[in-house]
Write a protein that binds this ligand. Structure first.
Ligand code: NAP
Length: 278
């Protein structure tokens, strides 16, 4: 299956869907990620804090010819935002994957009260210059944090990975990122297994298209040019989740799903202005 790509302002392209890997660890993780690569996934999302860079790297190394098309992603944890520590952490990520370099490296959370995310960003810029990583970006950054990074370093991220699902559709954030040519990846795109897939608005639209609720939600992300990162362990679900690019939702259907959004729709109240993770 060939996956479309989206393009950031600097010309970097990323696959329009990726595999979430939180909780895919150890040998079972290697198997699940390997089968996802065979099914056609090319973007793999990991993080130092998921403790599975080893599993992702092992699956990527076993991918053979496909390795060149893979976008292996990891993220810098909040406890290592200092410049030198961040660079060492990135080196350790690369060593753990067993790859020559990591394709996309993100700052996991801005942790604004600690106020070291500009240092961390300078370290990511340096890591890219040294060839440790190919592309750099952010996760959970608010527009005000991004504006500051760009003002202080002159370097814009290619992507910002944020919480996006029908209960928290991030309408204003998407407009900001579109305006700045920054791609958006959506985390917990299916709502992390909550009641979304049983919501009548979703099931009605799913029935109208003859597809599953999960596919309907993923088609909504695709229609909004958000790169969803659904996590699925079984081959059946992984394949189902990839098979969404031929589902064309009407503008009214996209709007009906977006209308499920609520100001308090975050899954775990993780507002990056105040929530911090280390
Ligand atoms: N940057 C951040 O701060 C951040 C935060 C959270 C998550 N993330 C990333 O985003 C990824 C995805 O988020 P998530 O894992 O929280 O949740 P999610 O992808 O929204 O939902 C995963 C849940 O949905 C189930 N599922 C998957 N496909 C399905 C299908 N076709 N039909 C029915 N159920 C299906 C999965 O079941 P099975 O696993 O049993 O198949 C799992 O229980 C993570 O793995 C991680 O890579 C990033």
């Amino acid at each position: 299956m060939t996956i479309p790509h989206l393009t950031a302002a600097d010309g970097t392209t990323l696959p329009a869907i990726g595999l979430g890997t939180y909780r895919l660890n150890g040998s079972a993780g290697v198997d699940a990620i390997g089968q996802a690569i065979r099914a056609g996934y090319r973007l793999l999302d990991s993080a130092v804090n998921y403790e599975n860079e080893g599993a992702v790297g092992r699956a990527a190394r076993a991918a053979g010819d496909v390795r060149g098309d893979l976008v292996v992603t990891s993220k810098l944890p909040g406890r290592h935002h200092g410049f030198d520590e961040a660079l060492t952490t990135i080196e350790e990520s690369v060593f753990r994957t067993g790859l020559d370099r990591i394709d996309l490296y993100l700052i996991h959370w801005p942790n604004p009260s600690v106020d070291r995310y500009v240092q961390a960003w300078r370290a990511l810029i340096e890591a890219r210059e040294r060839g440790l990583v190919r592309h750099i970006g952010l996760s959970n950054f608010l527009p005000e944090h991004i504006d500051r990074l760009v003002a202080e370093t002159g370097v814009a991220p290619v992507v910002n990975q944020i919480e996006v699902h029908p209960y928290f559709p991030q309408r204003e954030a998407l407009a900001y990122h579109r305006e700045h040519g920054i791609l958006v990846q959506g985390w917990s795109p299916l709502g992390h297994g909550n009641d979304l897939q049983r919501h009548p608005v979703i099931t009605e639209i799913a029935n109208a298209h003859g597809v599953s609720p999960a596919q309907t939600i993923l088609a909504w992300h695709v229609a909004r040019q958000v790169i969803p990162l659904p996590k699925a362990a079984s081959p059946q679900r992984q394949i189902e989740n990839l098979d969404v690019f031929d589902i064309t939702l009407s503008d009214a259907q996209v709007e009906a799903i977006t209308a499920l959004g609520r100001p308090d729709g975050r899954l775990a109240d993780q507002d990056p202005a105040v929530y911090e993770e280390f």
